[in-house]
Design a protein around this ligand. Structure first.
Ligand code: SF4
Length: 220
């Protein structure tokens, strides 16, 4: 990574802060995928509570297959958009059952592009969800772009507000060597949650205000 690139400076700063968690390590790939679906458009606390609620009743792909959408919806309510998320979970479980006999690991033996393309065919799974899942499940060397990372890239002038997911990802990945992308994803989200917040960012403790168009035009 280029030493004085703002993205490098942000990552260096966030590395020095508290431990970051690789939350997915304690769960199966299917549970990871359910957790990532739950985390769409919600904050961390509500997402985690909903994920715990889900696992208290439905732990496996078979459990999801056997459940009604309304039963899943009930236990993940606090994450918001619960009906749509429950339906997506059902869609995933049905797809894996029909195509792989319910064995997700068979799908995960394919290459990144093939798995990604298949996931994107499932209603409710978008690029970010697919990339986060592939990052955690098969160690894909990607930097999934969530809303925090999109905002940071925009404020730093790397992308426009209406940049596509793929463009934003490609611009960011050019700056980060493959082996550092997973940790970069985690630390950039942490930076977006804790410092470069959507409203009232803490620019006074940010390492890159001199590179930031938002700081120069809105804050200063
Ligand atoms: S200067 Fe402020 S708005 Fe710009 S990147 Fe830093 S925290 Fe975000």
């Amino acid at each position: 990574m280029m030493k004085n690139d703002p993205i490098s400076l942000i990552i260096e700063k966030m590395k020095k802060s508290d431990e970051h968690e690789e939350w997915w390590e304690d769960y199966t790939p299917f549970q990871n995928l359910m957790g990532i679906i739950i985390s769409q458009r919600t904050n961390m606390r509500n997402g985690l509570n909903a994920f715990r609620g889900l696992l208290s009743k439905f732990k496996t792909l078979e459990d999801i297959n056997d459940a009604e959408v309304s039963e899943i919806e009930q236990v993940i309510k606090c994450a918001g958009m619960a009906k749509a998320k429950a339906q997506t979970m059902k869609n995933v479980a049905r797809y894996i059952t029909e195509m792989y006999g319910g064995d997700l690991s068979k799908m995960l033996r394919k290459n990144y592009n093939d798995i990604r393309n298949e996931l994107l065919e499932i209603k409710g799974i978008g690029c970010k969800t697919a990339d986060v899942f592939l990052m955690v499940a098969v160690d894909a060397k990607v930097v999934p772009i969530d809303t925090h990372i999109h905002r940071i890239l925009m404020r730093l002038g790397f992308i426009r507000n209406n940049a596509s997911y793929e463009d934003a990802r490609s611009i960011l990945e050019k700056k980060i060597p493959p082996d550092e992308r997973k940790i970069a994803h985690i630390l950039l989200i942490k930076f977006g949650r804790e410092i470069c917040r959507a409203t009232k960012p803490f620019c006074q403790i940010c390492p890159v205000p001199r590179y930031c168009s938002y700081y120069k035009s809105v804050i200063k």
